[in-house]
Structures are given as structure tokens and as C-alpha cells.
Design a protein around this ligand. Structure first.
Ligand code: ZN
Length: 268
């Protein structure tokens, strides 16, 4: 699942290429992902010009000169491609936008779980989830973070990945943030002192500030659709030595989610 560093890298890549570029052809290929009728999609996009691409949580918001936003939530398996139009299309390519600069922007989605919306700017509340979403993890202030977290009970990892609390943190980076903050992922929020909550906030910023340029560098020349996570310190490193203390990294799988932590650095 793409998380903040991946989406920020995609956003940076596209913002170096799309603003001012006209869409000459809009292809509506797999209807199930669209939350906008085909005619409206094609009619609004063809001839339109890209502005800036922004991000909120896991949604990418493509600004358009007409004042519309093309909003895409890639969910688990949605991926973007930016390539020449004659390059072979993957099965499950949901949309393709032919651009006047000679490139094509595509969105493909192995499991077709992503969603594509088209809304007027200022009407983001028309997108389900937007109304209930908390602030973006990169933008929330320490004060708001500390205040909001009091409304949530239960295990701290579950709270971090809950989009009603803050948006943009997923399973992989939640493990990294909790490791950096030295907090056990299953600790109950109600047992965490104000000081520990402050440490958690600082760790969240530190981890994203560290990871985002690494992922961006990997995506400088080409949009990659494999998430590169091999540089992470703890997530998916079960059984390996903790980079801080050498203790074997623990791994617990619940549902389909893997949680990794160091039981020495992150005591219960
Ligand atoms: Zn350790």
C-alpha cells in the first residue's frame, strides 16, 4: 500500500512534468474504479490542462485548469505509470491520459480496489471519506496531535493507521514510527504519558523526513510501481538483528498485517 513517502515521491515526479501540460485524449477503460460517469470524465478531461498535484492522506489530487480536481485513492494495489503511448499496456489499466508533451499518464490497479473521482475544486467533501478524515500526518501540529489522540482508545498502532485520527500512515511506516519512538505497538494509548505522545509525534516527523527523500531519489527518473522498502529499519525485518541493540526482531501477523518490533527497544 502506498504511504506518505511513496505518494510524496509520485507527487514530486508528476509536479516536475504535468503542470501546464494539456490532455488531448482521456480513456475511461475499467468502469468499476470510476466514481464519475464516463461522458463527464472524458468531456471534462479532454482539452483540459494540468495544474499542481497535491496530496491529502492517501489521495492524490490532480489540479486542472478548469477548476476541477481529479482525485485518485490508489488503495492497496493502484499504481501510476508515465510512459510513451506506444508502450504495452498492463492488464487492468483503468485509465490513460494522452498528453500533448508526447507522454501518457496511466493508472492501473491489480485488484481494482482504487477509486477515481472528479470534483469541482472546493467540493472535496463530495468524496466519501474526506469529511471523516483527520489531518494529514505531515501537517498536523504537535498540539492537535496530542489533543486528537485522546479521543482514541485501544492499541497505539491501530490508532496511528486510523484515518480518522491522522491520514497517511499505513502498516509499514507505523512500525517504523513506533520503533523510532521506542513504543511497543500493542501498548494501550491510555497508558502513554504526555511525554511519550510527544516522542511519538517527533518520531513520526523524523521517519517521514528521513524516508521521503530516499524514495524520491529512487523515483527521480521513472515512476516505479514496486514499493521500495528495503531500507526500512524494522518493518519486514522479522528474525534479523535490531539495528540498535541486536535483539532478534519480533514478527506478529494478525489478519493480513505484519507487525515488526524490537521487544528490547520497545518494551511492553
Ligand atoms: Zn532493539
Amino acid at each position: 500500500m502506498p504511504e506518505i513517502p511513496d505518494l510524496e515521491a509520485i507527487r514530486g515526479f508528476l509536479n516536475q512534468r504535468l503542470p501546464g501540460v494539456r490532455i488531448e485524449r482521456a480513456e475511461f477503460l475499467i468502469p468499476i474504479v470510476f466514481r464519475v460517469p464516463k461522458d463527464e470524465f472524458v468531456h471534462t478531461l479532454e482539452g483540459n490542462v494540468f495544474g499542481e498535484t497535491r496530496r491529502r492522506g492517501k489521495f492524490l489530487l490532480f489540479g486542472l485548469k478548469s477548476g476541477h480536481l481529479l482525485v485518485i485513492n490508489a488503495m492497496l494495489t493502484g499504481r501510476f505509470q508515465y510512459l510513451r503511448p506506444d508502450q504495452k499496456r498492463r492488464a487492468r489499466t483503468c485509465l490513460a491520459l494522452g498528453l500533448t508533451n508526447g507522454w501518457e499518464l496511466r493508472y492501473w490497479d491489480e485488484r481494482l480496489m482504487g477509486k477515481v473521482y472528479l470534483v469541482p475544486t472546493g467540493k472535496l467533501s463530495m468524496v466519501p471519506q474526506f469529511a471523516e478524515m483527520g489531518p494529514d500526518a505531515l501537517e498536523v501540529s504537535q498540539e492537535e496531535f496530542a489533543q486528537r489522540i485522546r479521543k482514541f482508545t485501544g492499541q497505539i498502532k491501530n490508532i496511528l493507521v486510523n484515518h480518522r485520527f491522522v491520514v497517511g500512515v499505513g502498516n509499514a511506516y507505523a512500525d517504523e514510527i513506533l520503533f523510532a519512538a521506542r513504543i511497543h505497538p500493542y501498548r494501550k494509548r491510555t497508558t502513554l504519558s504526555d511525554e511519550v505522545i510527544e516522542r511519538l509525534y517527533q518520531a513520526m516527523h523524523k521517519v517521514f523526513a528521513w524516508a521521503t527523500p530516499i524514495v524520491a531519489e529512487q523515483m527521480r527518473e521513472e515512476l516505479s510501481y514496486e514499493e521500495r522498502r528495503d531500507f526500512l529499519k524494522i518493518h519486514r525485518k522479522g528474525g534479523e538483528p535490531c539495528p540498535v541493540c541486536g535483539t532478534r526482531i519480533s514478527e506478529i501477523t494478525a489478519g493480513q498485517r505484519i507487525t515488526n518490533f524490537c521487544r528490547n527497544c520497545q518494551p511492553g
